[in-house]
Design a protein around this ligand. Structure first.
Ligand code: ZN
Length: 218
């Protein structure tokens, strides 16, 4: 099964992608991982991407698309894949369609994780991270530390990342609305979109997604 996962920042896409890919026995292909892998292995595409990033510029779509294509041609993606973070705009979606068509493949579904905007802001802006270890994550409402501002695990100081400030979250949501949301309409025209609510516990959302997708299982 070939799936594209879309949803605003704070929808829990990365977590859901990992669970769904595991349930469906297909690789989870995230653009973040693609970039990291290509850069650390110093592939030609990785070097190219890094040159843009070092100059403070966005990596052009062609480079991202070429990395995704390389990854989708690996043997473990033979029975499908779950794309996370790609495509992130309509021109990337069109390029993906062209790429798949040239290999006589097509997408089976576009899973749209829906979260109300205010919930996104609450989820992200409430995050507090430990200065000693970024894996020690708390939330002022959902997972408060026993003592405010102090990590339960190691006693380190908790802080809010710049990326997580309410102002930054609202900017990221704006970018999502203008750039990424149009791909949902693009895929709706192809009858591929499955929308589910991303509210609730992680496992509930995974179950909801699996139930929304069964008719596509082999
Ligand atoms: Zn800690």
């Amino acid at each position: 099964m070939r799936i594209v996962l879309v949803g605003p920042p704070g929808a829990g896409k990365g977590t859901q992608a990992a669970y769904l890919a595991n349930n469906l026995s297909i690789p989870h292909i995230s653009t973040g991982d693609l970039f990291r892998a290509n850069i650390s292995q110093q592939t030609e595409l990785g070097k190219l991407a890094k040159s843009y990033m070092d100059a403070g510029n966005l990596v052009p779509d062609e480079v991202t698309i070429a990395m995704a294509k390389d990854r989708m041609e690996k043997p473990d993606a033979e029975n499908g894949f779950l794309l996370d973070g790609f495509p992130r705009n309509v021109s990337q979606a069109e390029a993906l369609d062209e790429m798949l068509q040239s290999e006589s493949m097509k997408l089976d579904a576009v899973l749209d994780l829906e979260v109300p905007e205010e919930e996104v802001v609450k989820r992200i802006a409430g995050r507090r991270i430990c200065r000693n270890d970024s894996a020690h994550v708390f939330h002022v409402s959902y997972k408060p530390a026993a003592k405010e501002g102090v990590c339960d695990v190691c006693g380190g100081e908790l802080y809010q990342r710049d990326d997580d400030s309410e102002e930054t979250v609202r900017k990221r949501l704006e970018v999502y609305h203008t750039q990424t949301e149009p791909i949902i309409d693009y895929y709706k025209a192809q009858g591929l979109v499955v929308t589910i609510s991303a509210l609730g516990k992680v496992e509930e959302v995974t179950r909801r997604a699996m139930e929304a997708l069964p008719q596509l299982e082999d």
